[in-house]
Design a binder for this molecule. Structure first.
Ligand code: FES
Length: 190
């Protein structure tokens, strides 16, 4: 078949549309099914910072925001983080007298926005279009969601990597952060 110049009028837009929808399909599959798992953390030691009294996090899903100083290259930063009590253990978390705690970075591993602890799943379903029956961490920029019960794993939206964990230790009824998981995505290794 001989192509004529006027055939380009439909060939070029068709090729562009096919390319776009092919890219969109691949990206959707990539985002939904290629999320990174969570394993035992590799810790980097850091300063000992008081996070909360254990009594402040008295019930499962109680949470507290805090900041943790980190060094990235030669720069000092204050990492926004959240500590919360879980109803069950999580990899990299702390157990204290039958109660389970976990601390996560609040820097989204997609493009670095600050994630929020969404403690009302119904509101979360409306705001994030993500349905679950318990609290989660949501990113307001592109509506990514992270699962606390899976130690911060990315479960919805564009992020692929989990939120890095902070190491928690207990002393005299208080909870301290003493280091962070490495790499500290997205500040390290994107
Ligand atoms: S920056 Fe968090 S979902 Fe994009």
């Amino acid at each position: 078949m001989k192509l004529e110049r006027r055939d380009l009028i439909w060939i070029i837009p068709s090729a562009i549309a096919a390319g776009f929808f092919g890219w969109l399909g691949w990206r959707t599959v990539y985002i939904q099914f290629f999320k990174s798992g969570v394993s035992e953390p590799v810790w980097k030691d850091g300063p000992r910072v008081h996070v909360a009294e254990a009594s402040e996090l008295r019930r499962p899903w109680a949470f507290k925001y805090f900041e943790y100083p980190v060094r990235i290259g030669s720069a000092e930063r204050r990492l926004r983080a959240v500590a919360f009590r879980l109803p069950q253990p999580a990899v990299g978390g702390l157990e204290l007298e039958g109660a389970y705690f976990l601390a996560l970075s609040r820097i989204c591993t997609h493009q670095g926005c600050t994630v929020n602890f969404v403690d009302n799943p119904e509101l979360g379903a409306i705001a994030y279009n993500f349905r679950t029956d318990h609290p989660f961490l949501g990113c307001p920029c592109h509506f990514g969601a992270f699962e606390p019960l899976q130690a911060g794993r990315a479960v919805y939206g564009p992020p692929r990597f989990p939120l890095p964990r902070l190491r928690l230790e207990a002393e005299d009824g208080a909870i301290y952060a003493t280091g962070h998981e490495t790499p500290l995505r997205p500040l390290e290794q994107g």
